[in-house]
Every structure is written in structure tokens, then in C-alpha cells.
Design a protein around this ligand. Structure first.
Ligand SMILES: [Cu+2]
Length: 136
């Protein structure tokens, strides 16, 4: 998040409650590197808002099982959908569409290193992020 000098207390409060998108910002832009859990499941919370993912850049080692906890803090419905990679069932990893104020989870493993895009299928043009899968 970019801090603007001389913001007022009111603006700070708005940002604090996640209303940045309503002020014309595209919301948080943050990156997270998942702490590996060898042989286990790493857990990461990816907050979904109107209209952003936080974090929107996630780095994880290939083969690491990852549980994404997906709270929707916005008013609109959102989901998390990883493009261009198919799981063991031949389908792309994607969560259900989650209503505002609700939360869901998805578990995934990506074994092929690469840079993959994820998005919200409800807002595919504006609500996107990147999953970076690193080799060993
Ligand atoms: Cu969305």
C-alpha cells in the first residue's frame, strides 16, 4: 500500500476498514512467500475484497500442499481461481463463489514451477493475482 503524505484521520480510518477500493484505489498490493511445511500443509490467508486479493502475489515451492483461507471482506461475491494449471482431477483449482462476509478454503498443490495467474471469475478483468511456484 502506498502512503500518501498528510492524509487526514478520516482517510486513515477508511483505509483501516478496507474501504480503499471505494476511494478509487485498486486496493492492497502485497506479496507473500509461503513458509514451507515439508510433508505437511502450509496455510495462508488470502483476503478477498472489492476488488482485490491481499496478498495478490504468492510465492510457494513446487509440491508444497497449500491451504488457502479465503475470507471475503467485501460486499460483492468473489472466488479464487488458478488459471493454466490442472490438478489431479483434471480441473483447475478454484474455490466456490463466496458471498460478502463469508469465508471458504481451498487446498492445492502445484508441482510444476512457473508463474501462474489467479483471478476472481466474477471480476476477471480487475481482480487478479500471481502465484509463483519455485523449483527445488
Ligand atoms: Cu470478485
Amino acid at each position: 500500500m502506498r502512503w500518501i503524505p498528510r492524509v487526514t484521520t478520516v482517510m486513515l480510518l477508511l483505509v483501516a476498514v478496507g474501504a480503499a477500493a471505494a476511494c478509487g484505489s485498486s486496493g492492497p498490493k502485497t506479496s507473500v512467500t509461503v513458509t514451507p511445511v515439508p510433508g505437511g500443509t502450509a496455510e495462508l490467508t488470502v483476503t478477498m475484497g472489492d476488488f482485490y486479493f491481499d496478498p495478490n502475489a504468492i510465492t510457494v515451492p513446487a509440491g508444497q500442499r497449500l491451504r488457502l483461507v479465503l475470507p471475503n471482506v467485501g460486499k460483492m461475491p468473489h472466488n479464487w481461481h488458478l488459471l493454466s494449471y490442472k490438478g489431479p482431477d483434471g480441473k483447475e483449482f478454484q474455490s466456490a463463489v463466496i458471498q460478502g462476509g463469508q469465508s471458504s478454503q481451498i487446498e492445492l498443490v502445484v508441482s510444476t514451477p512457473g508463474t501462474y495467474k489467479f483471478r476472481c471469475d466474477v471480476h476477471p478483468d480487475v481482480m487478479t493475482g500471481t502465484l509463483i511456484v519455485t523449483g527445488s
